[in-house]
Design a binder for this molecule. Structure first.
Ligand SMILES: [Fe+2]
Ligand SMILES: [Fe+2]
Length: 351
């Protein structure tokens, strides 16, 4: 929030810049920015629902520099999507009565609408980040460990399964939610380290930075989905806090020392995740876990039909894990061949 004092102080500089700013503003100050996204033919996977694509309509965010404060506030309020008006700036269920931030910077979140004209309600991801996973992926594929490092990676992951099974038993909803808090770490750590490497060596990454960061984001969306189904208790939150502190640092060091080992570990973790979600599906089929309607965030993120259920969600999440498995085993194989990741184009958009 910008204070009145700050606004006054900046107003002289803003006034001087306003003339230049106008050169970039081709519409009147009261225009609203609207983005529309149109369906296009699906590129694989379930073709019942088409993926989103950027449509040609768009328009701009009018500068607020020349507006009075009251008018700026009114415009900011007008440009909030309905869910934000009612639930706060979080865009869905996270907010309270948070008011719009009045700014003279010209940053004004545009409205995004779906093809049917309804407002896109999520601020944590946008229609062009939603996708349909390839459900025909081989779930049983396994990298047989032959080298010492591979066997070490495999045994490490298998040994982690034992305490996990004891702690969670057959509470797969809770188990999924907790494990996703860990699963979202390796992609971020690997992407961050490759990012720094790219900067200090003045070289391209081959797309691997984005691929790994996309994986981390995808895992985080798994978490955002499962926390709608299984609400974490205080001691589970405390466990996540502790495990994250340890795992982040261990993986960070591990990736620095041996990226091929680190990626292999993640490849095997993903194989375990596929197994866990398969068990989850069995419990749903047996009726031991209620097959509740899919959370709204999952319907929009994976472009699921509106009447989808938890079972549908678990199936698409499992398909995601299979893709992560392939990406990480592939990355490890590249290192095993004595090459760097940037030498082999990353499987961007592989899901
Ligand atoms: Fe996941
Ligand atoms: Fe994963």
């Amino acid at each position: 929030m910008i204070s009145r004092g700050g606004t006054r102080l900046a107003s002289s500089a803003v006034a001087a810049a306003a003339a230049n700013a106008r050169r970039f503003s081709t519409a009147g100050a009261t225009e609203k920015s609207v983005l529309r996204y149109y369906a296009t033919p699906a590129k694989g996977g379930n073709s019942a629902v088409s993926p989103w694509a950027r449509g040609p309509i768009l328009t701009r965010s009018a500068t607020t520099m020349s507006l009075g404060e009251k008018q700026v506030k009114e415009e900011a309020e007008e440009n909030k999507v309905p869910s934000e008006r009612s639930t706060g700036a979080g865009g869905n269920k996270d907010g309270g009565d948070e008011k719009a931030v009045v700014s003279y910077w010209g940053i004004n979140p545009g409205k995004i609408t779906k093809e049917d004209g309804t407002v896109w309600t999520w601020t944590c991801f946008r229609p062009w980040e939603a996708y349909q996973p390839n459900m025909s992926i081989d779930l049983k594929k396994h990298h047989a460990p032959t080298t010492f490092l591979d066997k070490l990676a495999f045994r490490t992951v298998k040994s982690l399964r034992w305490p996990t099974d004891i702690f969670f038993q057959r509470r797969y909803g809770c188990r999924a939610m907790m494990l996703e808090t860990v699963a979202a770490v390796p992609g971020m750590v690997g992407g961050m380290l490759l990012h720094c490497k790219s900067l200090r060596r003045f070289e391209h990454s081959g797309g691997w930075i984005k691929t790994l960061l996309d994986e981390a984001e995808n895992e985080r969306m798994h978490l955002m989905t499962f926390m709608e189904v299984a609400k974490p208790k205080w001691y589970e939150r405390a466990l996540v806090f502790t495990v994250q502190g340890a795992f982040f640092n261990i993986y960070f060091l591990g990736y620095l020392i041996s990226p091929k080992f680190a990626h292999r570990v993640v490849g095997y973790l993903e194989e375990e995740a596929i197994h866990s979600y398969t068990e989850f599906l069995k419990e749903l089929d047996n009726g031991n876990i209620e097959n509740v309607p899919a959370p709204a965030i999952a319907v929009d993120y994976w472009r699921l039909p509106p009447n989808s259920t938890l079972k549908d969600v678990v199936q698409v999440v499992r398909a995601d894990e299979a893709h992560h498995r392939d990406v990480n085993h592939f990355a490890s194989d590249i290192h095993y061949q004595g090459r760097e990741l940037r030498e082999c184009p990353a499987p961007l958009g592989y899901h």
